[in-house]
Ligand binder design. Structure first.
Ligand code: TRP
Length: 336
């Protein structure tokens, strides 16, 4: 069977280095000419917990699209589209909701955690509570076989697989494709933020953004968390939990030198500033071409919308086919 890859992001802000190493780089590598690859900007899902702030979501749609194009996602190979522009997804969701119990939704660990984090208490928006079902529509509408996602999205793929199995069993036909989650390698969890306190995220304000200027990048690197007990240059320092070393391990191509630096740091005699300046040089070199491409694309907003529109039209056509199949299987095609 032909491989169909689908991924998506909620547009709630610009994308950062954590997105880059965690998923964007991988998506660029996965792009191939004769293969179906879809990347969805999930504005509808983002609105499920941002009903009172649609402006943030709408503005982020173009920012995220710019980030995609800047890192090398190629609209000629990858179909980039906007979720809300595919009404078939909402229609599929309506039918899938009948196959899922409220108790089952309550058990979703990711949604549970989000409800806590967002302090919804008893006031959970119904749209938010049911977004895993809408995500099942996102995935099945395009016949996705592979869904590259982070660990936190595993429950969504599991939910989707249950819906697919139930639908195909109830209607006695292999209408929906059973998707598979493609998880990042074990050792490659999500990138830690510059504060060393948690994963890079907008809410923790500890990110380096693909759109950051060289000055901002340098400022952020210079205040990166290292070893709080490494005060004088000659003091021995700790490498574990030291964000500068974590980043050097990931981004510095010269691993031998990094190992020598680690030894020197642990013995004493290597200052944080020197180390940070090295990291700064490496990061600047990596991020410059991305930022320049981003600035170039940003000059022509109309072209960005054109790319998204073409992608959405193609996506809609594919989703309509699934919706037709679904309604045929259910027998709700009265006028055919
Ligand atoms: N839930 C995903 C996230 O928060 C975004 C998303 C929406 C998605 N629909 C999807 C991811 C379909 C993969 C497939 O990042």
């Amino acid at each position: 069977m032909k491989k169909v890859i689908l991924t998506g992001d909620r547009p709630t802000g610009k994308l950062h280095l954590g997105h880059y190493v965690g998923s964007l780089q991988n998506r660029v590598m996965l792009q191939k000419e004769n293969q179906d690859m879809y990347i969805m900007i999930a504005d509808q899902q983002a609105l499920t917990d941002n009903a009172d702030n649609p402006k943030k979501i709408i503005e982020s749609v173009t920012e995220v699209a710019l980030d995609y194009l800047a890192v090398g996602i190629d609209p000629n190979k990858t179909n980039i589209f906007i979720q809300s522009q595919i009404p078939q997804l909402a229609e599929l969701t309506a039918y899938y909701l009948n196959l899922v119990t409220v108790a089952r939704l309550h058990r979703n660990p990711t949604v549970k955690q989000e409800i806590k984090d967002k302090n919804f208490n008893e006031s959970i928006p119904a749209g938010f509570f049911t977004y895993p079902v809408s995500q099942a529509a996102d995935i099945t509408a395009f016949g996705a076989t592979h869904v590259p996602v982070g660990e936190d999205q595993k429950p969504m793929i599991e939910q989707t697989r249950e819906i697919v199995r139930d639908f195909n069993r109830i209607y006695n036909k292999e209408v929906l494709v059973l998707p598979e989650a493609v998880l990042p390698p074990q050792n490659q969890g999500r990138l830690v933020g510059i504060d060393g306190q948690g994963k890079m995220s907008k809410s923790l304000n500890n990110g380096i953004y693909l759109s950051d200027t060289p000055e901002i990048i340098k400022q952020k690197i210079m205040k990166m968390y290292t070893d709080p007990n490494h005060i004088r240059v000659e003091d021995p320092g700790k490498v574990e939990g030291n964000v500068v070393f974590t980043y050097l391990d990931i981004f510095d191509p010269n691993k031998e030198e990094v190992n020598l630096l680690k030894e020197q740091y642990q013995k004493g005699g290597l200052g944080d500033v020197k180390l940070k300046l090295r990291l700064n040089e490496i990061m600047q070199e990596m991020l410059e071409p991305i930022r320049l491409r981003r600035e170039e694309f940003a000059k022509d907003k109309a072209e960005i919308y054109n790319i998204l529109k073409q992608g959405s039209l193609k996506a809609e056509e594919r989703a309509q086919k699934t919706l037709d199949d679904v309604k045929d299987a259910m027998g709700i095609n009265y006028f055919k």
